[in-house]
Unconditional design. Structure first.
Length: 217
């Protein structure tokens, strides 16, 4: 299955820093026709990235020229997402953005990919054992996708493990930033298209080449 990435420029000023679930909810509330499943959800193949911006460290990010709304989908759905989302106004907890000037692109291979946040449902989130179980979950998920690569937990700006959280309906869902190395071209594209872990409609499991950079908070 071939995938396309759709990128929209944005009109707006600010967003909540933790906006993954709010972004998903705002899109889900749109009239998307046949792009929704019978139970009013998105197909599992859809990946949505969180929007980058400049953080104020008080729970808000300011949009800039690099801010984009990005969605990856099977190529046969791309023109429909393009058409349905163009010029839509999204309300993310009172912060309004308009999606404009969409562009289509194809994910490019890289032997090293990063994700800001990957989540798995661990039975027990113990600060001592969680990294081990988390990496085991990463390796199992890669194997299930028949991807050969070596996963690592990323480090934050202080040099600590990049432990991060996504708030969904008032509950914090924990995960880590992840780096996957030693990927060949085919596996690199596959990982970008299918992602890793859960909550991929909320910005989790989105992988990008390290040379691309990612300014999402």
């Amino acid at each position: 299955m071939n995938f396309i990435e759709i990128q929209f420029l944005l009109r707006g000023k600010t967003l909540p820093a933790d906006h993954g679930y709010a972004l998903y909810s705002a899109i889900k509330n749109l009239d998307l026709g046949e792009l929704k499943t019978p139970d009013n959800n998105f197909n599992k193949t859809i990946l949505i990235n969180s929007i980058s911006g400049i953080p104020d460290r008080k729970g808000v990010i300011y949009l800039n020229q690099e801010s984009r709304f990005r969605l990856r989908c099977p190529e046969e759905q791309a023109t429909k997402w393009y058409r349905y989302l163009q010029n839509q106004v999204l309300d993310l907890r009172g912060h309004l953005i308009r999606l404009i000037k969409p562009q289509l692109t194809i994910p490019q291979p890289s032997n090293i990919l990063k994700s800001r946040l990957v989540t798995f449902k661990l039975e027990d989130w113990n600060s001592n054992s969680a990294p081990t179980y988390f990496l085991q979950s990463c390796q199992k998920a890669l194997s299930n996708l028949e991807i050969k690569g070596k996963p690592f937990i990323d480090s934050d700006e202080k040099g600590d493990l990049a432990l991060r959280a996504l708030k969904i309906k008032g509950k914090n869902c924990l995960g880590y930033g992840v780096v996957v190395e030693d990927l060949d071209d085919d596996d690199s594209i596959k990982l970008q298209c299918y992602g890793l872990g859960g909550r991929k409609h909320f910005g989790c499991g989105w992988f990008y080449p390290t040379k691309e950079g990612n300014h999402a908070t």
